[in-house]
Design a binder for this molecule. Structure first.
Ligand SMILES: [Fe+2]
Length: 278
């Protein structure tokens, strides 16, 4: 197995591993260490059936069940699919994941990681972008670090400030999904003791004890700062890529910049995480 960095802050490529076969304990440990160190792992050249994707993902933790059940694979419901062929009820295409976000932050224990496995890709475009929120935190002026140190944000399923509309929850999910949860705006990574900015434009409704007039510009300022190109890794998908990323210290976004007549279809699995802590 070979693991090589893709930028100086985020992303590593993993070669020489076949997740369809049993993985030795020392390889599993090395993969987990690399995941925590690089935040995005790109495991190349996989040819996996749904059950093999699941077994590969479980090397890194236990599966977190997605809130919206409408995208589950019938033959393997722990896996959801992402497809550009899905439409809103009014017929517009639904491009999941457009706009910077971190997955399911409206959960009390948001998923620590999300995994995508490329099944069918368009000829070009459809990259996934990542912003390293730990590097972004470290580059903040000390005064801003102090200003946000103890803030708590209110996360909901769909922020009323978000311009990106999500697909409505399936009926059975509405009761399971909390109305609102509080998470720190600065969280410490539980496995490496490093602080990150933890914001989510599609889910944050406000900041506790702060007027919207102050909170919304502050959140915007943090987002513009964090998503600067110098904190980014941009993943260009290749067939057979299995990509695992750390939601505790990254934002990510999809791009709907490709030919929509071409199919783009990926499997998605998330892994259980902890309660975010200051
Ligand atoms: Fe996402």
């Amino acid at each position: 197995m070979k693991i090589q960095s893709m930028t100086d802050h985020t992303g590593a490529e993993v070669l020489g591993v076949d997740l369809a076969r049993p993985v030795a304990p020392e390889v599993r440990e090395a993969l987990n260490r690399a995941f925590v160190k690089h935040s995005v792992l790109v495991i190349r050249d996989q040819a996996l059936k749904p059950a093999e994707v699941l077994a590969g993902v479980e090397l890194f933790g236990s599966v977190f069940l997605q809130h919206n059940t409408r995208f589950a694979l019938p033959e393997c419901p722990q896996i959801q699919y992402l497809s550009n062929q899905d439409k809103f009820p009014d017929g517009r295409p639904y491009i999941p994941g457009e706009g910077w976000h971190t997955d399911h932050s409206n959960d009390t224990r948001p998923p620590k990681a999300t995994v995508l496995y490329a099944v069918t890709l368009p000829d070009r475009g459809g990259d996934t972008q990542y912003a390293n929120m730990a590097a972004a935190y470290e580059a903040l002026p000390a005064a801003t670090q102090q200003r946000i140190a103890n803030l708590m944000a209110i996360h909901v399923y769909q922020s009323s400030h978000s311009t990106r509309k999500l697909m409505a929850l399936a009926e059975d999910a509405r009761e399971r999904v909390p109305n609102a949860v509080l998470h720190p705006v600065v969280r410490t990574h539980p496995e490496r003791d490093r602080k990150s900015i933890y914001i989510n434009p599609i889910r944050i409704e406000g900041i506790v004890g702060m007027d919207h007039k102050e909170a919304l510009p502050l959140l915007d300022e943090l987002l513009v700062h964090s998503t600067n190109e110098r904190f980014q890794y941009r993943h260009k998908w290749r067939p057979g890529d299995l990509v695992l990323w750390d939601n505790r210290c990254l934002l990510h976004k999809a791009n709907g910049d490709y030919d929509m007549d071409q199919m783009r279809y990926l499997y998605r699995v998330m892994l259980q995480g902890d309660v975010p802590r200051h």
